[in-house]
Design a protein around this ligand. Structure first.
Ligand code: TXA
Ligand code: MG
Length: 311
């Protein structure tokens, strides 16, 4: 269903009734449900085939709504002020007694929150008046969807309503920050995180003993190493292709397809998942990818590629 006031109203009706809706954000398409409705959240896990220990990101309209759910310190406020709305997720202590379903946080004392910057997700938040839990709208372990067609191909009948508002802008999932640690690199680069924190005094103690990861639970998607895997073997840093390989290029390497013919890493990030989807759909049994400089957003691109290459 294309983006329109009527489509948002229908999507809000589905969410309010405890259903799930695929909706674009500025990063990737998400699979959204009311974060305060445990049964609705369970439908997300079921549709994705996701292991239930992997917690979900909660999307809210603004800082005020975020502060109602979680505890902000000076660092978190500085990051939110600099990059919200936008592709940044903060892992913060969850306030006691909020209505967030336990299934959203998978029992962790923290919650991952972000304020998205996309008209479809924002209209849906406005129309429902609820915090929306939304992981990427792909089957668990699959490639994140940057177009409505990717969602349809990956989840098809499991998702009755897909809001189609064209390809997503950033093309990579949000940067996840816990304290001063980047748990998942993304469109907000390490340099940008550091810039927002400059001027805040260093916290006296180093590590938060209550931080997730001190137990046998994943702290970040990085722990599921093959999280972003296409179905075919993938070779990194390829400067040319074998005859059975589909080569994804990046200037100056042309390839069968190119992440960016001009060598622009931001364009490459936006194209990455589409290129992996095309490579998976090609007739060749293997995928090779040209080297991407590991600086700026190139760090996030290489992170996703390493996961995609891991089997
Ligand atoms: O750009 C994005 O972040 C997209 C769009 C839809 O917003 N969402 C997304 O969600 O990528 P998902 O569920 O595919 O990835 C969220 C990751 C999870 O893999 C999980 O490990 C991590 O965030 N996460 C969630 N809650 C956490 C917590 N309390 N502590 C540490 N990591 C957490
Ligand atoms: Mg995902």
């Amino acid at each position: 269903m294309g983006y329109s006031a009527a489509a948002i109203a229908e999507a809000a009706r589905v969410i309010t009734a405890g259903g799930i809706v695929a909706v674009p954000t500025e990063t990737v398409y998400g699979l959204a449900a009311d974060a305060t409705d445990g049964a609705a959240v369970a439908r997300i896990y079921a549709a994705k085939g996701r292991p239930s220990f992997n917690p979900l990101i909660v999307h809210v309209l603004d800082q005020e709504a975020a502060e109602a759910l979680a505890e902000f310190d000076d660092d978190a406020r500085a990051l939110a002020a600099a990059y919200w709305p936008g592709p940044l997720t903060l892992v913060l202590p969850l306030h006691a007694g909020t209505a967030i379903a336990a299934l959203v946080t998978a029992g962790l004392p923290t919650v991952a929150i972000r304020v998205p910057d996309h008209r479809a997700m924002r209209s849906l938040l406005q129309a429902t008046g609820k915090p929306l839990a939304a992981p990427s709208a792909n089957r668990s372990g699959g490639i994140s969807p940057t177009r409505a067609e990717h969602v349809a191909a990956s989840l098809s009948s499991a998702v009755p309503l897909i809001l189609d508002d064209g390809p997503t802008r950033a093309g990579l999932e949000s940067t996840i920050v816990h304290g001063r640690t980047i748990l998942r690199p993304g469109p907000i680069t390490a340099e940008q995180v550091t810039a927002a924190l400059t001027g805040n005094p260093l916290p006296g103690t180093g590590r938060d003993p209550a931080a997730p990861g001190t137990r046998d639970r994943p702290t970040a998607p990085g722990q599921l190493l093959s999280h972003y895997a296409p179905t075919k073997p993938l070779r990194l840093d390829a400067i040319d292709a074998a005859s059975d390989e589909w080569l994804i290029g990046f200037s100056p390497i042309a390839g069968d397809d190119s992440l960016s013919p001009t060598g622009d890493p931001v364009e490459a990030a936006a194209n990455l998942f589409s290129a992996l989807h095309r490579a998976d759909a090609s007739t060749r049994p293997r995928i090779a990818v040209a080297p991407i400089p590991p600086t700026g957003i190139g760090e996030a691109i290489n992170d996703r590629l390493r996961r995609a290459a891991h089997d």
